[in-house]
Design a protein around this ligand. Structure first.
Ligand SMILES: C[S@@+](CC[C@H](N)C(=O)[O-])C[C@H]1O[C@@H](n2cnc3c(N)ncnc32)[C@H](O)[C@@H]1O
Length: 271
């Protein structure tokens, strides 16, 4: 499973529409940046590594705190956006599962909404732990389960309800919500040799201006869900949109929607 999935994810993040990712997910993933940086005590003079930086939301805010920041991603298009946005930050191409830095190079390492895109989250957690100094901090975020993170539930649930069939060539990926479980998150961090593992739940409602805005974000700006939606014939896509309209109805406010989001933040210290 892992090689095919890894190759799929790599291609997906270089070929999807990064502007669609930014339009939908940027304002949402940015909400957890400050708690994430607080969890690793990022501040003036600290050396911070932001793994899977994407457009550089975390890296940019860490730099604004006065940290010396390195942002890392595997996608050339994401790195191009991040560099244009944050010229003062160093961005490098690299793989979360095999970081090209010596041990103990950073005071803190973070990876926000990265784990579900990896064939081996355990390897990535071990790498995050390896590159921080003893006493250094590691923190990660993942989506909470879709009953709480409705944002992440409504599209796949609508696809299932509409009878969407997964394309045969879509490689099996790791369980999307595995680390939403607090015990599983703690196990990941302690298994990487970290201690004092703690898990926070961060919840809020995000403003979605239209069904079309949500659809574009998922259909153009993601990896697995984009592949699922793209493989459906027009009539199934139309049925999914119908189901989505129904699924969003409880969150309607006028012409827009106020949709629950829920995130797990795991943090721990290197021995
Ligand atoms: C969902 S985005 C998260 C971006 C950003 N951290 C945020 O909070 O919005 C996932 C990012 O992980 C990157 N990525 C996926 N697999 C990776 C890997 N193995 N190593 C490094 N980056 C990876 C993608 O290119 C993409 O930019």
């Amino acid at each position: 499973m892992s090689e095919a999935f890894d190759a799929f994810e790599r291609a997906a993040w270089d070929s999807n529409d990064a502007s669609a990712y930014e339009a939908l997910f940027g304002p949402i993933t940015s909400q957890v940046v400050e708690p994430l940086l607080d969890a690793v005590r990022a501040g003036r003079g600290s050396r911070v590594l932001d793994v899977a930086t994407g457009p550089g939301y975390v890296a940019g805010r860490a730099a604004a705190r006065g940290a010396t920041v390195t942002g890392l991603d595997r996608s050339a298009q994401m790195l191009a956006i991040a560099r244009a946005r944050h010229p003062a930050v160093t961005f490098v191409e690299g793989n979360a599962e095999a970081l090209d830095f010596p041990a103990a190079s950073f005071d803190a390492a973070v990876a926000s909404f990265c784990l579900l895109h990896l064939a081996s989250p355990e390897r990535a957690a071990a790498e995050l732990a390896r590159v921080v100094v003893p006493g250094g901090r590691v923190a990660v975020t993942v989506w909470n389960t879709p009953d709480r993170a409705r944002l992440m539930g409504v599209v796949p649930e609508s696809a299932r309800a509409a009878g969407a069939i997964e394309p045969a060539d879509l490689p099996a990926g790791p369980a999307f919500f595995r680390f939403a479980d607090d015990a599983e998150m703690r196990r990941l961090l302690t298994g990487a040799g970290l201690h004092d593992a703690e898990v926070l739940t961060i919840e809020w409602r995000t403003w979605i201006p239209s069904l079309e805005h949500l659809w574009r974000g998922f259909a153009d700006g993601t990896a697995r869900t984009r592949a699922l939606l793209a493989a459906q014939p027009a009539d199934v896509q139309a049925r999914i949109r119908g189901e989505l309209a129904h699924a969003l109805e409880p969150y309607r406010e006028g012409d827009a929607y106020s949709v629950p989001v829920s995130v797990k933040l795991g943090a721990a210290t290197r021995r």
